[in-house]
Write a protein that binds this ligand. Structure first.
Ligand code: CTP
Length: 403
């Protein structure tokens, strides 16, 4: 069970001299908020872009800038900083620092510390597009990969130098997932997990549709948590404003019928299927090609039943496969959960209480009632990401019992 993968973890951030150093200040702030113990090492050119004071204030720790400090505790800084680090992250990594690391050069505190550490080292390049694509830089990056460094590819886009292309510092959301995965116990490795999320939209005409309040947060959190724990995750999502978590394969759909087709195409190949999506049970019988004028719309909408995807998955369930449903309820949580567990041939159902405003739709938190053949259990009121981890713990228990 993982509450917060970063809490208490010792993370060393090595900052080299690029304008992107200011972005890494945000990374340090985020990691400190996640309760990581962050130490920052800066090259002297990095201090030209952002002051050590900025990183000291954001990390809550002193910043290391030179090999030869005056205090006794600094004498072995190049060894001690990286010695018990859980992770070292070089960001931004300039062409110069990449070349030095590839050549094993140790001529300042940052390069010496990297050579002395035995922790996993992530390298996040950031430089001009032509510097990045230069054969020398590409060769050095290959050497780093061969040496076991984890290189996080830069993003494409507009740069501070007004040129465009590959070389922008990778976005933090993606980098954070790489770090979280490396810190997480890989207990779901080898499992293929299919997650559905969000609402579906059932069109009436090009301007109008029937839908519901689902934001997709719980499904996306499940996909993110499962991916961090090493699973191969496919996410089939209805319309949602959320960004697909790093490492997850996303398929976007609109209607219940499209979700049905996408889910059934992936189901047989999945060890676990978690249906967190709020699928519309009905769709308008007639879909108009052109926007209907209000005077012409019938006052009573004729609806047609959508397929019940989960019911169908229950019928097709393969031996060893785990099927998890969700139920958004405002009354009779336990009875409704038990009814759906049996009716849809599920291994587990997660019931959300949507009657209050601290759980269920749109909010960041959730409290799930988990029901399986072995009983019912109310999980703590916590973030959706933590709820996802707790639910995955139960899924893992069931997997261990299946043949
Ligand atoms: N579900 C589905 N396809 C549907 C409707 C629901 O796959 N057409 C899935 C949901 O993804 C969820 C579970 O079934 O995992 C329960 O959804 P819910 O709307 O609570 O259940 P219904 O069977 O629609 O029950 P009711 O409307 O009677 O509450």
């Amino acid at each position: 069970m993982v509450q917060n993968v970063f809490a208490g973890k010792k993370i060393v951030i090595g900052v080299s001299g690029s304008i992107a150093a200011f972005k890494v200040a945000g990374w340090v702030s985020d990691l400190a908020k996640e309760e990581a113990i962050v130490s920052v090492v800066m090259t002297s050119s990095a201090t030209e872009f952002v002051t050590p004071l900025t990183f000291a204030a954001l990390s809550g720790n002193g910043v290391h800038t030179g090999m030869f400090g005056r205090g006794k505790e600094d004498a072995m800084a190049h060894i001690s900083i990286g010695r018990d680090a859980d992770l070292v992250v070089i960001a931004p990594a300039t062409a110069n620092i990449i070349a030095k690391l590839a050549g094993g050069i140790a001529d300042d505190l940052l390069t010496t510390m990297v050579l002395a550490t035995r922790s996993k080292v992530f390298v996040c390049p950031a430089m001009n597009v032509r510097m990045y694509s230069h054969p020398a830089t590409q060769k050095n990056l290959k050497i780093l990969k061969d040496l076991g460094y984890k290189v996080i590819d830069p993003a494409c886009g507009k740069m501070a130098c007004k040129e465009e292309g590959e070389g922008r510092l990778a976005e933090w959301d993606g980098v954070r997932e790489h770090l979280a995965q490396s810190l997480s116990f890989q207990d779901l490795q080898g499992f293929k997990i299919l997650v559905t999320a969000g609402p579906t939209r059932e069109p009436l005409d090009p301007a109008r549709f029937l839908s519901n309040r689902s934001s997709g947060k719980m499904g996306y959190a499940l996909a993110q948590a499962a991916c961090r724990r090493g699973a191969e995750v496919t996410l089939i999502s209805g319309p949602s404003a959320l960004t697909c978590p790093q490492g997850v394969t996303l398929f976007k759909v609109q209607t219940a019928q499209e979700m049905n087709d996408a889910v059934l195409a992936h189901a047989a190949n999945s060890s676990v299927i978690i249906k967190a999506a709020a699928v519309a049970d009905y769709r308008p019988e007639t879909v108009y090609v052109h926007k209907m004028k209000k005077e012409k719309i019938a006052r009573e909408l004729v609806l047609t039943r959508n397929p019940d995807i989960l019911l169908e998955l229950g019928k097709r369930k393969k031996a060893g496969q785990i099927l998890v449903g969700f139920a958004a309820e405002s009354t009779n949580l336990l009875e409704e959960g038990r009814r759906k567990l049996l009716a849809k041939n599920l291994d587990l159902i997660a019931v959300n209480d949507i009657s209050g405003d601290t759980t269920g739709f749109e909010v960041e938190f959730n409290q799930i009632l988990v029901i399986s053949a072995s009983g019912a259990e109310t999980l703590p009121h916590t973030t959706k990401l933590h709820s996802a981890d707790l639910l995955l713990d139960r899924v893992l228990q069931l997997l261990s019992k299946k043949p």
